[in-house]
Write a protein that binds this ligand. Structure first.
Ligand code: SF4
Length: 377
């Protein structure tokens, strides 16, 4: 249970040298939190779910929309704050074991570049991490969908820790609603811990809540789901939402991709691309491919030309990501010059490519570095 968490925020000192320890600040929680596993959280419920709650508690059907407004727009943290529900209705909700279900982060660590990594209570004894990335007029939250991951990619800290459980829609929505600065978020990326398409129903419920008029009313263009490309689930995501899609590719050669990403065996990248070719990405919806660059492994002209060949004719862009070193790994990052040459060659081949800026590397918050925390140790 995460009651009364101590909120530790290491503050980088402006004058501190690189070797000085960050200062720590303790923030008293502003509301009481209750574990989502000890109650029935209301956050994470779609309008249909809230209608069922209303019926169960003898409330009129229109109370569902009222609750949605309180939960997702006014962002209340206690049932008693829903003041346009009758006292009796609020008492009934509590009687039936419902809580708002909001939980504050347990800790936070701030990078020298302004990125903040938050630790939240997860599942299976493992906490999960979310990363807040401010950038000029944007503020993006990188959301986790699972504690650990089943996909076992060789370059990823999350994959290394194994799989500990999938988050509910409440666990996903809690990150979005409870992260400090939540009201000013402009974008969401499902690129945190876990494979979103390995936990699709709660991810779809969260997307419905975020994009529906009765919920947060965001445009789906503000949301990107990143995936290794589980085929059946990818088709469902493409058919039922309008969010942007990012596919982790990392090598155009199947045997090399298999060594980096064991899922290549079950979901060959050629099948993923064939599926994507059936959809239109020329208008509102964006398709991108994430290509982590490893020194001497996938960073030469041969890989670049094969990648361009593979993606030819698809309306897409390629995001080149420098590999972030993780402990006990022989993998290394290429130089900036090599990455720029790769990008320029792709662009010359007619494939739009950009080098993604690394954020939060000093706090282990960059791509592939999220590991959460084991509560059982
Ligand atoms: S890179 Fe993504 S899919 Fe692969 S192990 Fe890490 S979290 Fe899972």
């Amino acid at each position: 249970m995460a009651a009364n968490p101590v909120f530790l925020l290491p503050l980088p000192s402006k004058t501190a040298g690189a070797n000085m320890l960050p200062r720590r600040r303790v923030i008293t929680p502003t509301y009481t939190t209750m574990s989502q596993f000890e109650s029935q959280p209301l956050i994470g419920l779609t309008l249909e779910g809230l209608r069922k709650v209303a019926a169960e508690c003898g409330m009129p059907p229109f109370s569902a929309k009222q609750m949605a407004q309180w939960l997702y727009v006014k962002r209340i943290t206690e049932i008693d704050a829903m003041t346009d529900l009758s006292k009796r209705a609020r008492a009934k909700l509590a009687e039936h074991g419902f809580t708002v279900g909001r939980q504050q982060p347990l800790t936070a660590a701030e990078s020298s570049d302004g990125t903040v990594k938050y630790l939240f209570e997860g599942v299976g004894g493992r906490d999960i991490e979310s990363v807040y990335i401010p950038d000029r007029d944007r503020a993006t939250l990188c959301v986790s969908s699972q504690a650990g991951c089943r996909m076992n990619c060789s370059f990823c800290m999350t994959g290394r820790q194994g799989f500990h459980g999938s988050l509910t829609a409440a666990g996903i929505m809690n990150q979005i609603l409870s992260v400090p600065g939540s009201e000013s978020l402009t974008n969401l990326v499902f690129m945190g811990m876990g494979e979103p398409l390995d936990n699709l129903p709660p991810v779809l419920e969260a997307i419905e809540i975020i994009t529906s008029k009765w919920g947060m009313a965001w445009s789906p263009k503000r949301i990107t789901v990143s995936t290794i490309g589980k085929l059946r689930e990818l088709r469902t995501l493409l058919d039922t939402t309008k969010v942007h899609i990012a596919i982790s590719i990392h090598s155009p050669y199947p045997t090399e991709r298999l060594a980096l990403m064991p899922v290549e065996k079950a979901f060959p990248i050629k099948d993923v691309i064939s599926l994507l070719r059936q959809y239109d990405f020329s208008h509102q919806r964006r398709l991108s491919f994430e290509y982590i660059m490893f020194k001497g492994l996938n960073d030469d002209r041969r890989h670049c030309l094969e990648l361009a060949h593979m993606l030819k004719g698809l309306d897409c862009r390629v995001n080149l990501i420098r590999f972030h070193a993780i402990p006990d790994s022989d993998l290394a990052a290429p130089s900036t010059e090599v990455m720029e040459r790769f990008r320029d060659t792709l662009n010359a081949q007619g494939i739009t490519a950009t080098i993604r800026a690394s954020r939060g590397e000093d706090i282990m918050a960059a791509c592939g570095m999220l590991a959460g925390k084991n509560r059982t140790i």
